[in-house]
Ligand binder design. Structure first.
Ligand code: PMV
Length: 314
């Protein structure tokens, strides 16, 4: 009947500082996706039935509200409101290759794919601006006070230079570059890390404010490096950004270990990506170093390493 999808994402620069109005850069990972397929159903009055084998989800809206499915139910409710129609009886099957709770934007991609597919199936497709606002509302369940960077990069599927409440700016990638994204295997809630940074900011506004501005300056220089193809310079900026993230207390022993291992094995730079305290790190690597750095990351305890070439499909 209809099918739609949305990609994973990775934040390259500026996480946390972006919450305070500084710029951040994020890119989609188009090779990792959530796909939603919508079928009509033979069960009239059954509402929407959602099946997501990869995410261990199976429910119908007619079953009422289960807190585990809060984000999915909110997605459906917001989509129905935006389409100005009651939800029809439908079956939605989700397939995802994005690991959940790992900082790759699985939640936002699921919401984007479902709403997009529903809009198409009912003949009322969403434009990206409407979809972006919808997914932002759903992100609040996962993140509390999200900056909006995750939904924006996932909905528009473009490398973005994101400033809160500013029009979306797309970063043009002069030379594709390879990133390794490694999962520490350590789960951490972005909302806790964001909350702790808020406390630190409130306790030391001048010092922490200066760090935020320094991270913003790094993101601006990183945009220039990406747009001029200065990959070496980009690696150095990742290392600089990581220093400030450590000072903001959002790194962790596991992240530090992976970052050190990547740099020792020949990465051009490495940093945590996303909320921190666990979750993901990224390393910028030359193509010929991919294998050595991947192996070093696994040796240092990475639970999973994904390699992606940024800019090849944009
Ligand atoms: O944990 P992630 O990958 O969704 O990234 C969070 C990024 C933060 O800047 C820490 C928070 C935000 O809402 O921008």
């Amino acid at each position: 009947m209809a099918s739609a999808s949305a990609p994973a994402k990775v934040i390259l620069f500026g996480e946390h500082a972006v919450v305070y109005g500084q710029p951040a850069i994020a890119v989609p990972i188009s090779s990792l996706r959530v796909t939603a397929d919508v079928q009509s159903t033979t069960l009239p009055g059954g509402g929407v039935r959602l099946i997501a084998a990869d995410l261990d989800v199976q429910f119908t809206t007619a079953d009422g509200s289960d807190p585990r499915y809060e984000a999915l139910l909110l997605t459906l409710r917001l989509a129905s409101q935006a389409m100005e129609m009651a939800l029809p009886d439908l079956e939605i099957t989700l397939h995802s290759d994005i690991p959940i709770a790992s900082g790759l934007g699985s939640g936002a991609a699921v919401a984007a794919a479902i709403a997009r597919a529903l809009g198409m199936a009912t003949g009322k497709p969403f434009d990206n601006a409407t979809l972006n606002a919808l997914v932002f509302e759903v992100e609040k369940i996962h993140h509390g006070t999200p900056s909006g960077i995750d939904n924006t990069v996932i909905v528009y599927e473009k490398p973005v230079y994101f400033v809160r409440d500013a029009p979306i700016a797309v970063v043009s990638i002069a030379r594709p570059f390879t990133l390794l994204n490694a999962d520490t295997g350590q789960r951490a809630l972005t909302r806790d890390a964001v909350g702790d940074v808020r406390k630190l900011y409130e306790a030391h506004p001048e010092r922490v404010g200066a760090m935020m501005r320094a991270i913003g300056a790094i993101a601006r220089r990183a945009r220039e490096s990406i747009e001029t193809g200065d990959i070496q310079g980009l690696g150095g900026l990742m290392n600089e950004n990581q220093q400030f993230l450590s000072q903001l207390t959002v790194s962790s022993l596991e992240l530090d270990r992976l970052i050190r291992a990547a740099n020792d094995a020949g990465a051009l730079g490495a940093k945590l990506s996303g909320g921190g305290r666990g979750g993901n790190m990224i390393a910028l690597v030359r193509q010929e170093a991919v294998e050595a750095v991947s192996a070093a990351l696994y040796d240092a305890g990475a639970a999973r390493v994904v390699s992606t070439v940024v800019g090849s499909e944009n």
